[in-house]
Design a protein. Structure first.
Ligand code: SF4
Length: 294
């Protein structure tokens, strides 16, 4: 990337025109932000269909290296931008937060697409979390399903603008510039969907105890609507069982032509088979004629 010192100059301290390419008068925050915003390294991982668009953004046609995003890193230790590209399932949210905790500071999160931003088409699904911002501090949201590479580039540039506005003098604005180290983000435990392996012994003991005394199992009451449906199904089953059995005579059915339905069906099948054989023979004779002419 070309070094453009004019980007760094603060306008309240004018630099003579002949020195603009050699001297910059700026603040430490601006210099620091300028270095960071032009060398963001995203982490190499994708979750679902949005990841394909992210890959396209990195490839030669769109090439986010032009904006300083450079190479994607395959380890969180070398990355400072996490692009959450795709559907975040309850199973995946745990490793995602763990990876985020392994990234060095300063670090940023970009939620790419409807799924990462709010659950998308799978919102309220049994296995999908309704937005990555419930677990990580998201800096930029990119809407779309999936967002185009242009939209992702726009989101990345928005992140650069956000970095431009940060200051190392303000610990509240940017927590990692504060005096103490930041606390790791808690890794989520998502109820019965995810079992903590450290509790396996206890869970096994409880399951054995419950299997030994089935009456001690806590069974939830069904919701009212489900109870009504269950009652209707039970009533239908009783009505079917109580119905008068159908006699053999009632089952015999004669078509207007005088034959039984299955006899009629066999007749139709036979006619179709003969027609197919005739078509096959016709095609064979045409092929033979063409071959003779050649
Ligand atoms: S937002 Fe759309 S394209 Fe992206 S992961 Fe979800 S379903 Fe796939």
């Amino acid at each position: 990337m070309d070094l453009n010192l004019q980007e760094l100059n603060q306008t309240e301290f004018p630099v003579p025109a002949e020195l603009e390419n050699n001297i910059a008068i700026t603040s430490l925050s601006q210099l620091y932000n300028w270095g960071r915003r032009n060398s963001m390294w995203p982490m190499l991982f994708g979750l679902a269909c949005c990841a394909i668009e992210m890959i396209a953004t990195a490839a030669s046609r769109f090439d986010f290296s032009r904006f300083g995003f450079e190479v994607m890193r395959a380890t969180p230790r070398q990355a400072d931008l996490m692009i959450v590209s795709g559907t975040v399932t309850k199973k995946m949210v745990v490793p995602i937060v763990r990876l985020y905790n392994q990234m060095p500071e300063p670090k940023y999160v970009l939620a790419m697409g409807a799924c990462a931003s709010g659950g998308g088409p799978f919102k309220e699904g049994y296995n999908v979390v309704s937005g990555m911002d419930k677990y990580l501090p998201v800096d930029v949201y990119v809407p779309g399903c999936p967002p185009t590479p242009q939209a992702l580039l726009y989101g990345m540039i928005a992140l650069q603008r956000k970095i431009d506005g940060q200051s190392i003098a303000n610990g509240d604005d940017v927590p990692w510039y504060g005096v103490s180290s930041a606390e790791p983000t808690p890794v989520p435990v998502l109820g019965p969907d995810i079992i903590d392996p450290r509790q396996m012994d206890m869970i096994r003991r409880q399951a054995e105890a419950a299997a030994g005394d089935i009456s001690s199992l806590g069974i939830r009451d069904l919701p009212a609507a489900t109870q009504m449906v269950a009652a209707r199904v039970a009533a239908d089953a009783t009505a079917v069982a109580d119905a008068t059995p159908v006699s053999e005579d009632a089952l015999s059915f004669v078509l207007p032509s005088g034959g039984a339905p299955w006899a009629e069906a066999e007749d139709i099948r036979e006619k179709r088979r003969l027609r197919a054989l005739a078509r096959k023979a016709l095609r064979a004779s045409r092929r033979a004629t063409v071959a003779e002419e050649e």
